[in-house]
Design a protein around this ligand. Structure first.
Ligand code: CTP
Length: 455
């Protein structure tokens, strides 16, 4: 909606566009019952009961958790993305529950009352409760205070109040809670004015050291900007300075890749990467990191008809790094802590793209034996970018082509065990691929002549 040149258009104009779009969509079209900033308990209860936003099982889950926390006399809230998305009238996803008290104790009580399984993390006083006979789960968190001793290093935590727990968070729009226990069910806790920022479409950190404490928050901000057509407020964006960039450069490959993985999970991934580049962050991740080619953006959505295993993240990295040299690919793969499989997929695509020229006039059998060693997704990515027909023929047709003759047939014909089995079967397959034979009859004839030559 904001146009492809997201990272390059004048920021003020962009801001105004966002404001306009946001107001139009939200208020003038009457999508919301009232402005987000003035929503109260009754509005929240209405939203919570809207099955298009909160599945009924999730609502039951919330009240079950609330009942157990209340029995333990512990105030408890749902927080973060759930509240943000609910107020935006978007379907909610994960359940993050904060408890003033021991979350593991609440978890144990839930398992006792409703079954399921608990995975406690004693170090952080958190637990994940997996519901019985369901894929649903809830993150149970002991309300805490965080102290960052060193930039970029994970913080020290101590148990505290829900209000303190909100203050340790990344942005005002993620620092809101909805109370679940007792009479307070449905009340909004918004000590940092997240509702107002949500209404204005602004992403604002809670304190000036936020990005220094955790530079991955920049990636999170960019995800929200593109996902919701929001924008960082100018003070927040101004905090992305040389010092923050330096801390970002020191983050582990695993943490950086996790953020990039989350970006590739989103519809606006290509625009998010463009935005990260426009913030001057790409070089601090790796000096050879290229811009994501925006012409490839649509290729992130796979064509499932082709029966190629779909994996947006792998596809994203392949498209991003396909035009790099072997050295560049491996250096970036090392920095971002790629698995061997992911590094191989990216390398294979880059190699294939470079060597296409040597295959151009080859027979289908030559294409097939060259491509067969490479991951299917890498081949598909190179096809999308180059539109070389042979690649599509391989994916949809050639790779499935097999002769009717099998090893058992050759054995029955008295061929002694040895490498000739493979050779004969390969010759038959090549003949099918290259159109030399096209029927069971012609395959039989060819087989006879090959067996004759054995004698
Ligand atoms: N959070 C944070 N700083 C981070 C990561 C998370 O403060 N670096 C907090 C935010 O309050 C966030 C909550 O933890 O809302 C849950 O994090 P997560 O599940 O990663 O994000 P969601 O808010 O659920 O957003 P998304 O839709 O992107 O998953």
């Amino acid at each position: 909606m904001l146009g492809d040149g997201f990272g390059f258009i004048n920021m003020r104009r962009l801001y105004l566009n966002v404001q306009k779009l946001h107001k139009n969509e939200i208020f003038e079209l009457g999508i919301y019952p009232c402005k987000i900033a003035s929503m109260q308990k009754d509005d929240v209860l209405r939203l919570l009961r809207d099955p298009s936003l909160v599945q009924p099982e999730k609502l039951t889950l919330l009240s079950n958790i609330a009942a157990q926390a209340e029995a333990l006399n512990m105030p408890c809230c749902v927080v973060g993305g759930f509240v943000r998305d609910l107020l935006l009238r978007k379907p909610v996803n994960d359940l993050d529950i904060v408890v003033e008290g021991d979350a593991i104790q609440v978890g144990r009580k839930l398992v006792k009352a409703y079954g399921g399984r608990l995975t406690p993390h004693f170090k952080f006083h958190t637990a994940i409760w997996y519901l019985p006979h369901s894929t649903e789960f809830a993150d149970l968190i002991t309300a805490r205070k965080e102290i960052y001793e060193k930039p970029g290093i994970l913080p020290m935590v101590t148990p505290s109040t829900i209000e303190d727990d909100l203050k340790r968070r990344d942005f005002t729009i993620n620092a809101m809670a909805i109370r679940l226990d007792g009479e307070g069910f449905g009340e909004i806790l918004d000590p940092l004015n997240g509702q107002a920022d949500l209404e204005r479409g602004l992403i604002r950190v809670l304190h000036p050291r936020s990005f220094l404490d955790d530079p991955t928050r920049i990636f999170r901000a960019v995800r929200y900007e593109v996902r919701y057509s929001f924008i960082m407020d100018s003070v927040t964006q101004g905090l992305i300075d040389a010092e923050v960039t330096k801390v970002l450069a020191s983050l582990s490959g695993e943490r950086l890749r996790h953020e990039l993985d989350l970006i590739f999970d989103e519809d606006g991934a290509a625009r998010m990467l463009l935005r990260i580049a426009s913030l001057g962050l790409v070089n601090s991740i790796h000096p050879w990191l290229p811009d994501f080619n925006q012409d490839y953006a649509d290729f992130l959505d796979m064509d499932i008809r082709l029966d190629v295993p779909a994996d947006r993240r792998t596809m994203g990295y392949i498209l991003w790094f396909m035009d790099l040299s072997e050295d560049e690919v491996f250096s970036i793969a090392k920095r971002l802590d790629f698995t061997n499989e992911l590094a191989l997929s990216v390398w294979a695509a880059a190699q294939l793209r470079r060597s296409l020229i040597t295959l151009f006039d080859s027979k289908p059998s030559v294409w097939t034996y060259a491509l067969e060693k490479l991951p299917l997704l890498s081949i598909y990515a190179v096809y999308l970018v180059t539109r070389v027909q042979a690649l599509l023929d391989y994916i949809s047709l050639w790779r499935h082509t097999r002769p009717h003759t099998t090893g058992d047939v050759l054995k029955a014909r008295g061929l002694p065990p040895g490498p000739r089995y493979g050779e004969i079967l390969t010759q038959l397959r090549s003949a099918w691929l290259d159109g030399v034979i096209d029927s069971t009859e012609s395959e039989k004839k060819l087989l006879e002549s090959l067996l004759q030559s054995e004698k």
